[in-house]
Each structure stands twice: as C-alpha cells, then as structure tokens.
Design a protein around this ligand. Structure first.
Ligand code: NAD
Length: 299
C-alpha cells in the first residue's frame, strides 16, 4: 500500500442514495409516511436538530410535525402526548428529541413509544430484536454506518470487526448489526487494556469513543477500513474551535479506506431516521393488510 492513499468513504453520496430509496419507497405507499418530532424546552441544539430533521423529511416527501412542548411540561403531559401519537393511525414514527429538560426522565418516555413507531430504534423491544437477529427498527447512527459501508462496497461478511465504544446509541447496536451481517465482532471500551493490541486485529475498525485522536496510526492494521464516528470540538488559535474525529489524521497513511470527519458518518444519521420512518410505515401498512378480517373494514 502506498502511503497516504486511504480511499475516502464519503458520507454525502451514501446519504443521498439512502434518501432516494426512502423517497422511492414512500411513493409506493398509499399514504404519506408521517414523522412526529417531540421536543421539550428550547435547548438550542435540540431546536436546530429537530428543525433539520423536519426539513429533510419534507425534501424526501414525508410529512412531519414538530410537537414543541414548553419547559413547564410535566412527565404526565409528555407521556399523554406520546400515547396520543401511538394511537393515531396517521403517525408512522415518533421521535423524542434528547436531551429532555432535567426535571423529565427520558427512560419512561422512550419506553412509552410504541415499538412499531420507535424510529430511533432505542426501545428494548427493538434492541432485543436486534440482538436476537429478528426484524425491528434499528438505531439510526449504527444502521446509517451499515448503509455507508454497503454504499461503498466495503465487505462485512466474515471480516474481523472491532468496535471501540459500547454506548446504547452507537457501539452496542453497531456490534449487533455487524454480528447479524456475519462479521466476527469484538467490542472494546474504556476498560479494555492495551486497546491497540485489539484494534490492530481489525479488518474493519469502527470508533465511537468521543475521544479526539484516540486511534493513532500504529493502532491500525495496514489496509484496514476505518470508520470514525467521533465528533469532537477541539480548540483553535482563533478561538472558534473545529471538529475532529476519534481517529488521528495520520491514519490515512495506514488505512485502506477511511471516513472523514466531518462528511463521513454524520449525514447518515438523519437519512436513516427518514428511512426508518418509511420502514415503520411499510410495516404498519402490511400489518393492516394482513390483519384485515373478511367482511370487516380496518379503518
Ligand atoms: P458515549 O460517551 O456515550 O460512549 C463512549 C464510549 O466510548 C463508552 O462506551 C466508553 O467506554 C468508550 N470509550 C471512551 N474512552 C475510551 C478509551 N480511551 N478507550 C476505549 N473506549 C473508550 O458516546 P456515544 O454517544 O457513543 O458517541 C461517541 C462519539 O460519536 C461522540 O464523539 C459523538 O459525538 C459521536 N456521535 C456521532 C454521531 C453521528 O455522526 N451522527 C452520532 C452519535 C454519536
């Protein structure tokens, strides 16, 4: 391998392909899939994320509604809204934007979302299905990473995959997805001694630790595919700071292929959220068809 030639696994074209598929499949359904976005309070990052998700949904031809609840919302108010959205046949998917204000507990809210509408894929019914290799809605960032790898033709079956980080949002579900795709999977984390010894075994190394430049070139097997999930803000001289990943830039001289930060995994998450909304709508539609009783009208 010539030095410095790692192939760039770019996110935007892979995200565009996923969005195209979501648009195409949404168009085949009798009703426009609808995404309910629930946000509590005015946390600026949450306001901006939710706005971005609604905008992308419209671009793909999905409908969405932002349920913006005030800071004074009680746990009971939030659960009542979720119940209402669960019962509404026009709602395909429900997303509760985190973090919630400190006086609200996210766990009961996430548990309250009906698993068939859980487009974040974080309900235990969906995480359990993932680990048992059964169909279900998958968490957006890990599923988006699998779509990114598929788009760029990176093989997963039979490869030695190492995931660094075991969060419920990224590392754990990603390990499950890789296992279901027939990789041999190692899940490393903050208590793993000699991380480099483990990562050097990887043909496919996926890093989601949230530690800038944790993975240095010497920790990478030459020619390996490296997926950098980390988004870290590091200080710059002008005081503005810049975003960098969990993988040292020198990795490009060792790896065979590498995702950039930004512009790698980042765009996949929202694209997968919209794909999940379409998948949820398809399954709800199939359910209606298969649960139809002759002589009765289902809705
Ligand atoms: P987290 O903090 O919940 O989990 C980090 C995990 O990394 C933990 O399991 C921890 O054990 C492990 N870890 C920390 N330091 C380590 C070390 N020195 N060696 C080995 N393992 C170590 O974080 P998260 O939510 O999983 O996110 C991880 C990173 O991915 C963050 O930078 C986050 O911003 C980014 N992220 C990006 C996207 C996206 O691109 N759309 C989505 C989610 C998260």
């Amino acid at each position: 391998m010539t030095q410095g030639t790692a192939r760039v696994l770019s996110g935007p074209p892979a995200a565009a392909a996923l969005l195209d598929e979501a648009r195409r499949r949404a168009g085949r359904l009798p009703a426009v899939p609808h995404l309910a976005l629930v946000r509590v309070g005015e946390d600026p990052a949450s306001v901006s994320y939710v706005r971005g998700k609604a905008k992308k949904a419209a671009e793909v031809g999905l409908s969405s509604h932002v349920h913006a609840l005030p800071d004074t919302t009680t746990q009971a108010d939030l659960l009542a809204l979720i119940d209402q959205l669960n019962a509404d046949p026009a709602v395909s998917g429900i997303l509760v934007q985190l973090p919630l204000p400190a006086h609200l507990d996210p766990a009961p809210a996430l548990l309250a979302v009906h698993p068939a509408k859980d487009v974040d894929g974080l309900h235990p019914a969906n995480t359990g299905a993932l680990w048992n290799g059964h169909p279900g809605l998958r968490p957006c960032t890990p599923a988006g990473i699998m779509a990114l790898l598929a788009h760029h033709g990176v093989p997963v079956r039979g490869v030695r995959a190492v995931v660094v980080g075991r969060s419920a949002l990224v590392g754990r579900p990603l390990a499950g997805l890789l296992l279901n795709a027939d990789a041999t999977v190692t899940l490393a984390h903050g208590a793993t001694p000699d991380l480099g010894q483990v990562t050097r075994e990887a043909d496919l190394l996926i890093v989601a630790a949230g530690q800038a430049h944790l993975i240095t070139p010497d920790m990478i097997k030459p020619g390996a595919t490296v997926v950098d999930v980390g988004i870290n803000r590091v200080p710059t001289e002008d005081g503005k700071g810049r975003l960098t990943g969990d993988v040292h830039p020198g990795a490009a001289q060792v790896a065979g292929a590498l995702t950039p930060v930004p512009g790698g995994v980042g765009p996949m998450t929202v694209a997968q959220l919209l794909m999940n909304t379409v998948i949820a709508a398809e399954r709800q539609h199939d359910q209606l068809l298969t649960s139809e009783v002759p002589g009765e009208h289902v809705r």
